[in-house]
Design a protein. Sequence first.
Length: 323
Amino acid sequence: MSCNGNDPAIALSFSSAKDTVIPKKEPVKPAIDTALFHSLNQKLANGDTTGRWPAKMPVPLPGAILPFNRIVAYYGNLYSTRMGILGELPKKEMLAKLKGEVAHWQKADTSLPVIPALHYIAVTAQQAPGPGNKYRLRMPFHQIDTILNWSKEINALTFLDIQVGHSTVEEEVPALDKYLKLPTVHLGIDPEFSMKGGHQPGKKIGTFDAVEINWVIDHLAKLVRENQLPPKILILHRFTQGMMTNYQQIKKVPEVQIVVDMDGWGPKFLKKSTWLRYVFKEPVEFTGFKIFYKNDTKTGADQLYLPEDLIKFVPQPIYIQYQ
């Protein structure tokens, strides 16, 4: 082969090499510490001797929030002062109160960092048919944007909650994809308002089957993969046996972390009984517990569960929601 510097073929090869664009490497996400993941899940099991806890689950993708953090969330809707603390109090007062609860939880259990969250009802069940006879109302995006801005102010997560009414998860979840593609936005679905027999929401307790829940899990997992996101958290509210059927068939994937949230209200003995029957006995992945500032205290202020009480539960809830 000639090494003549005037050889046009060689000049061409040099030019091509010079103009080659080297693709930027994606930043390397830190790997999950699997030993820590398993040890924290064992800690959350809190000495369970039944073999149910910790629940069996895959190691999540990098960036997973659970079980490395506990989440304390305020729940509600900006159109209503009756749906939760999030819409009941003015913004400044509400955020300050949430920070106080976060600090209380951090003091009660110093082993896990505590993250604040705003859990916003983005689709509300309605007793009137409304557009398309769906018995649900979608909140305007500018309201969701407001919640996202509030979350940014306190470095909080955002959960968007869906009450489908006579609609379906297949119709309602994708309508929020523009938000679910954001790394700090997660999802909740509420079977209480998923009506299967033509009933008005609120007149009868609704239900989701594992088939519907799995559709949501598949959808979230696809968003995570396509957008290179950390795992999504999916909150499943529950306070009766029928609200969530075929729990054993719920998918467990590295892209989605599932929390079954004990959503019943009342005195302590009733809430504990509901927890034992519908959360403790039917493990999925992680557990949550809802506290109602007003409904839980109708028989006395001493009926409000405190962080010091809940960290004694088996298993320990890792997601706490205040309404």
